[in-house]
Design a protein around this ligand. Sequence first.
Ligand code: NDP
Length: 326
Amino acid sequence: MKNPVRVAVTGAAGQISYSLLFRIASGDMLGKDQPVILQLLEITPAMDALRGVVMELEDCAFPLLAGTVISDKPEEAFADADYALLVGARPRGPGMERKDLLEANAAIFSVQGKALNAVASRQVKVLVVGNPANTNALIAQRNAPDLDPRNFTAMTRLDHNRALAQLAGKTGAATTDIRQMIIWGNHSATQYPDISQASVKGDAAAGLVPREWYETDFIPTVQQRGAAIIKARGASSAASAASSAIDHIRDWALGTPDGDWVSMAVPSDGSYGIEEGLIYSFPVTCKNGDYSIVQGLEIDAFSRQRMTVTEQELREERDGVAHLLP
Ligand code: NDP
């Protein structure tokens, strides 16, 4: 059996974590031969609820769960963490403007970035799920100057998976028949789900579906899927967000399949003309615990325009918290 790895999760008593923790502990994220120690962070008022979650984790008797730590102090929860899944974030309250939300979260994620910088493993892989996820990841990264900036990522895998499901439904295929889907940009309604590179059972996806469906149905459906789930369920998507977080870390750690890629929001290196440093979703392949942005894809005018809109939104979010960035 391998040595246990340390997985820190914030917002650990929340809805997403209620699905996420049990799947991490059962080996869905890092493999059925990889023991894990869960290091769970919550705000002080949620510690009782978190104790209840830990009781349930114990009651599952997961063979791979090698230990559990709970804390309301980031320096304890992130100590020696190999993975950090930052799920907890301040939700938008009544009368709160977008700017207030950005600032409230900037405060949380700057504290967490500093704590990661101080105590986490030097190779810690960070996934931000809490919204606004891309900009929260940027804030944490900027506050962790001693860690590899490339190890700060945000989740667009749920959008990627939603896009696979929509295209599979339309073409009567299975999601596993689809390759090379892309989500570009921000995890928000400006994201650009792009099928121009995708194939279904080896045939170009763009040739299998009407262009009009793609532009007026597929793209907005993927962009608005979160809101549609809130409307139907009366609560935001939680199990699917958790499942996509598992997919994101699993593929980053264990690799993407040959001939395919996934979408991850990662620090831009200037690829495709996207401003360097923004945490922007790109198609990436993963191998040996590292990711690379897929290079050389042809970008047509339609794609470029949409990629720029979502880039612009990320610039505005960053500029909105610039005074809080070190
Ligand atoms: P959830 O677990 O449902 O959501 C957590 C975060 O994930 C939110 O910011 C949410 O954004 C975001 N998110 C990203 N993608 C999705 C998606 N597809 N569907 C739904 N949410 C998504 O929230 P809860 O309120 O149930 O739990 C949050 C927990 O975090 C609470 O227990 C709170 O105490 C804790 N918390 C912990 C902190 C810490 O550890 N320091 C700091 C702040 C909060 P959105 O709001 O846009 O839905």
